[in-house]
Design a protein around this ligand. Structure first.
Ligand code: ARG
Length: 512
């Protein structure tokens, strides 16, 4: 394999051989994009490529995807009135901000990448030793194999839909074609992320600016209409407000989907420059920015259409475009395509980091924790996320998959909120550069319990049972491979092979 001969003479890290002939000269890691990042001991160093702005773009650019162009309908349907729908939009922003502030404490206390995974692992140490890693393991099991790839696939599918639909103005776009374009989007994003961290960051920044400009166009257009006196729909206020808590809960699900992604920077803490300062700052900048964008965009929609029109429209933004932009309405699908492509890039970036973090702790085959010896990209883990995302495109309805697993996401958000409190007791004196007011994780914990339990009680469908069984089935792998540490010797040649082909090597956590 690539001329590696003296296998037995090579140094080992974590019991694995390092291929020093791949690595050429050990050198100090440089800050340029490619170039050697291999350390003296043969491990590869992760680079800190993200500054405050790129960090904020990773949050904003993943949160703003397709939701704001589609969800307003669901929020109005659930709340019944204009005023309550706007309140729900702001409330969802507050819930996301509160959640993210709790993550800011965790991310500056535990500076490892992997977000929930890293925090559940640390908080789990308060449990009896044999089960301590179980919450983190089950989180990575569900996230690596379902949540992250399905988010990546769904957002790419929205991209495919918006790129293809304008070409079929009078009929439904063929499903196969939409999927081909979506898979191309997945592959392109994956290629960017595998090629270089700096390029992925630049792509993320570019698309974040593009989508903010798109939002600005919609906001300015709407406010122009308001200035011309079109405020009649907004002045309807609380007329027809729903009093049914379960439909209001549905409105929250739609709203929270548009805000999903508020935890994204925590997946890449190790790649953030000065995380102690930049993580809380990026969160405090990014999430209020998104909240303001969403509120103003909704006002703009309502300046142009009544809630009845909004409810009758399948694509709110497109309907808005037809009435305000006239012949320039073709811009809208372009906006949505830009926005979803950027969100897909952010989803791929963070999905890969989660796989990497879990593999480094021995919760996935070790090769997934390796990173490229020159580019410092987590190549095997990006490829795994991409492969699963592509497989998910094949059968059909990823949207319902997301519905049945979003309770799982809130289950783990809730668990992470509990970790804030647990760690306050188990590591009371550890430095906390940012300390969230205790009430915040408690409030978010209560909300997440509600969001987990409510859909199951409202509509107890068998799929929730399947999803729960899937989560627990992770134990089938946990017990032998982590609990009893069964060594999979047949993986060794595969690891060696992949290491040579992909030019990857182990990396270890280094505190900032
Ligand atoms: N909030 C985004 C949207 O409105 C979806 C975010 C996908 N989430 C994620 N964690 N990658 O489309």
């Amino acid at each position: 394999l690539l001329g590696i001969k003296d296998y037995d003479m090579m140094p080992e890290v974590n019991g694995n051989k390092i291929y020093s002939n791949l690595v050429s000269e050990p050198s100090t890691p440089d800050s340029s994009d490619s170039g050697n990042v291999v350390m003296e001991d043969g491990t590869v160093k992760v680079k800190q490529k993200l500054g405050l702005l790129s960090g904020t773009a990773l949050i904003v650019g993943t949160m703003i995807g397709s939701g704001i162009f589609i969800s307003p309908k669901g929020v109005i349907a659930g709340t019944g009135s204009v005023a309550l729908s706007l309140i729900v939009w702001v409330a969802c922003g507050m819930i996301s901000l509160f959640g993210a502030l709790a993550y800011a404490e965790l991310g500056t206390l535990i500076t490892k990448s992997g977000a929930e995974y890293a925090y559940l692992l640390e908080a789990g140490k308060s449990l009896p030793k044999t089960v301590a890693p179980v919450p983190a393991f089950l989180f990575s099991w569900v996230s690596v194999f379902v949540l992250k790839p399905s988010l990546f696939a769904v957002i790419s599918l929205s991209f495919g839909i918006y790129v293809i639909e304008p070409f079929y103005p009078n009929c439904e776009a063929p499903d196969g074609l939409v999927k081909i374009v979506s898979v191309l989007c997945i592959c392109m994003v994956a290629a960017v992320n595998c090629h270089s961290v700096a390029l992925a960051t630049r792509v993320q920044n570019f698309f974040t600016v593009a989508k903010l400009l798109a939002v600005l166009v919609i906001v300015v257009g709407g406010f122009y209409m308001m200035a011309k006196g079109h405020t009649e729909h907004i002045r309807e206020g609380f007329d027809d407000t729903s009093r049914n808590p379960s439909t209001i809960a549905l409105a929250f699900y739609d709203g929270l989907w548009a805000y999903d992604g508020w935890n994204n920077l925590n997946y890449a803490t190790e790649e953030l420059k000065n995380p102690y300062v930049n993580l809380p700052r990026a969160i405090m900048l990014g999430i209020p920015l998104v909240t303001v964008c969403y509120l103003l965009t909704n006002l703009s929609y309502l300046a142009v259409m009544s809630k009845e029109t909004l409810l009758a429209s399948n694509a709110v933004a497109a309907t808005w475009g037809e009435s305000v932009l006239g012949s320039a309405a073709v811009l809208i699908p372009i906006f949505v395509a830009l926005s979803t492509f950027g969100a897909a890039n952010g989803s791929c970036f963070t999905g890969g980091r989660l796989v990497y973090a879990a593999a480094r702790e021995g919760h996935l085959p070790e090769v997934f924790s390796y990173i490229h010896i020159r580019k410092a990209t987590p190549l095997p883990s990006l490829l795994l996320t991409t492969l699963i995302a592509i497989l998910m495109m094949i059968p059909g309805d990823i949207f319902s998959l997301i519905d049945f697993f979003s309770f799982a996401a809130w289950l783990f958000y809730g668990g992470t909120m509990a970790s804030v409190i647990v760690l306050r007791y188990s590591r009371p004196n550890a430095p906390r550069p940012y300390r969230v007011p205790t009430i915040i994780p408690i409030v978010v914990f209560i909300i997440s319990v509600y969001l987990v339990v409510a859909p199951i009680i409202q509509e107890p469908r068998i799929e929730f049972l399947y999803a729960s069984l899937f989560i627990l089935s992770g134990l089938i792998f946990y017990i032998p491979f982590v609990g009893f540490n069964v060594n999979l010797r047949f993986l060794e040649p595969i690891t060696t092979f992949l290491q040579c082909v992909l030019e990857v090597a182990p990396s270890k956590y280094e505190p900032p």
